[in-house]
Design a protein around this ligand. Structure first.
Ligand code: CP
Length: 316
């Protein structure tokens, strides 16, 4: 693996999952792989899980890390070409990415969607610019349109807890007071389809995801119908793709409740976290044995460690 920007960088998904499950059994098995190597974690946005799980994954591989919070510590970056830089942005991505890549063996970046201009967000300008100008392999720690490390984590977790070969997985929209990106939902859908699970996506009308993410998943506008006989329910809020970045509904009747979970086949509840209790999901679900959110978050170390292991093995 050279870089990890999306599922397109994964050549053999079952092989990657197998690697992850082996690493989980023995997290220190590749302790020498990162010796005398280093990784820079660049954050343009906040994080708890991604930041700490990435550092822990690196630690398990003997890999040193440095963290740069661009917002508070770095120069404000310019991504446009041919621009007169007389505004508030002091450094161009061409220099910044080249310099960081000269210091480190691997560079990981988090840069959320701005939700102002769909074409700009869906061009993945930040991630693509790093890939173009950084000589080191690049890892996506959540970009404008995808969160592949989270989706890989989710796949590992489902593989661990599934009781049938091809589980029914439901991705449900849930209400949230703020406009959130589509990144987690896009990647979750893509990875579930690639794993050939039986995927249903449910949301109010107007919240249709981009076609490439939904593929041949079933789209069901009746949430309760969607939940019927589900093995896994994955809740996430996202803002509208078609009326880009808009909050079209905060309808509380879309919150995941114990009553709705009773429609499933004793299904498991999943969410990437952070989650707003009693907005996205009721306490009674999160605090029940049906919830896998902590196990999921723990697997963030495993997904990053597996990706890093594959990238480090490819370094000369
Ligand atoms: N799920 C996730 O990416 O969590 P953080 O935003 O805390 O990193």
């Amino acid at each position: 693996m050279n870089s990890f920007l999306s599922i397109k960088d994964v050549e053999n998904l079952p092989g990657l999952v197998k690697d992850a499950l082996e690493i989980k059994k023995n997290p220190n098995m590749y302790k020498e792989l990162g010796r005398n190597r280093s990784m820079c974690l660049i954050f343009l946005n906040p994080s708890l899980r991604t930041r700490l799980s990435s550092q822990k994954a690196a630690f398990n591989l003997g890999l040193n890390t440095a963290v740069l919070d661009v917002g508070s510590q770095g120069w404000k970056l310019e991504f446009e070409d041919g621009i007169v830089m007389d505004g508030d942005k002091a450094e161009h991505i061409k220099e910044a990415a080249a310099v960081i890549g000269s210091y480190f063996d691997v560079v990981a970046i988090r840069a959320f969607a701005k939700l102002e201009d769909r074409a700009e967000d869906y061009s993945e300008q930040v991630m693509e610019s790093f890939k173009k100008y950084c000589p080191a392999p690049v890892i996506n720690m959540e970009s404008s349109t995808g969160h592949p490390l989270q989706a890989f984590t989710d796949l590992i977790t489902i593989e661990e807890y599934k009781t049938v070969e091809r589980p029914k997985v439901v991705l449900t929209w849930a209400p949230h007071p703020k406009a959130l990106p589509q990144a987690v939902a896009n990647s979750f859908s893509r990875w579930m389809l690639e794993a050939e699970f039986d995927l249903t996506v449910t949301h109010p009308e107007g919240y249709e995801l981009v076609d490439e993410a939904v593929g041949n998943a079933k789209v069901e506008y009746d949430q309760q119908k969607a939940f019927k006989d589900a093995d896994f329910v994955y809740a996430k809020n996202w803002s509208s793709y078609h009326e880009y970045g808009k909050v079209l509904s905060t309808d509380p009747s879309w919150m995941v409740t114990s009553k709705k979970m009773s429609l499933t086949k004793n299904g498991k509840f999943m969410h990437c976290l952070p989650v707003r209790r009693n907005v996205i999901v009721e306490d009674t679900v999160l605090d029940s044995d049906q919830s896998l959110v902590i196990q999921q978050a723990a697997n963030r170390v495993i997904s990053m460690q597996t990706v890093l292991k594959n990238i480090l093995e490819g370094l000369k």
